[in-house]
Design a binder for this molecule. Structure first.
Ligand code: RB5
Length: 148
């Protein structure tokens, strides 16, 4: 059984609701860390809250949402151990798992995507990490956290 953490700022509340409904149909356990209103908040606060909760363990991956997904992904990628991929189609959803072994994926509630976000999430969930040379590359990314 998968367990997923999800969080958004005010720019993606409806998208978060849509994703949660989809994940429930898949019988996935969800920790919804908010927000649930369109009152303005600062996306770095929400991203850090979700990443720090994720790091406690027990989650398969996390989903971060804001107006564009950009602010959430930039913030998440500042947190040690987090690899957050900004997804925009089925190909990037697949590669984020197969090549980058992302532990967070980000989307924008104000973006008009060419495929539903739920399909991109499904593609990410159905893909396995390819390992091999990609493990070496990921090790180099994680090394950059201590060397930069
Ligand atoms: C908030 O207005 C907006 O800046 C935020 O949702 C996000 O798009 C930032 O990257």
């Amino acid at each position: 059984m998968k367990k997923i953490i999800i969080a958004s700022d005010h720019g993606a509340v409806n998208l978060k609701t849509e994703i949660i409904s989809f994940l429930k149909t898949k019988k996935i356990e969800i920790n919804d860390m908010g927000v649930n209103s369109e009152a303005s908040v600062d996306y770095p606060d929400i991203a850090l809250l979700a990443c720090n909760e994720f790091k406690k363990g027990g989650y398969d991956f996390g989903i971060l949402l804001c107006g564009t997904g950009i602010g959430m992904s930039i913030t998440a990628n500042k947190v040690k151990g987090i690899r957050c991929a900004l997804i925009h189609d089925l190909f990037t959803a697949e590669m984020a798992r197969a090549h980058n072994d992302a532990n967070f994926i980000a989307f924008g509630g104000r973006i008009k995507y060419c495929v539903p976000v739920t399909e991109m999430i499904e593609k990410f969930m159905d893909t396995k990490f390819a390992g091999d040379r990609h493990s070496r590359r990921i090790a180099k990314i994680m090394d950059a956290e201590t060397k930069s």
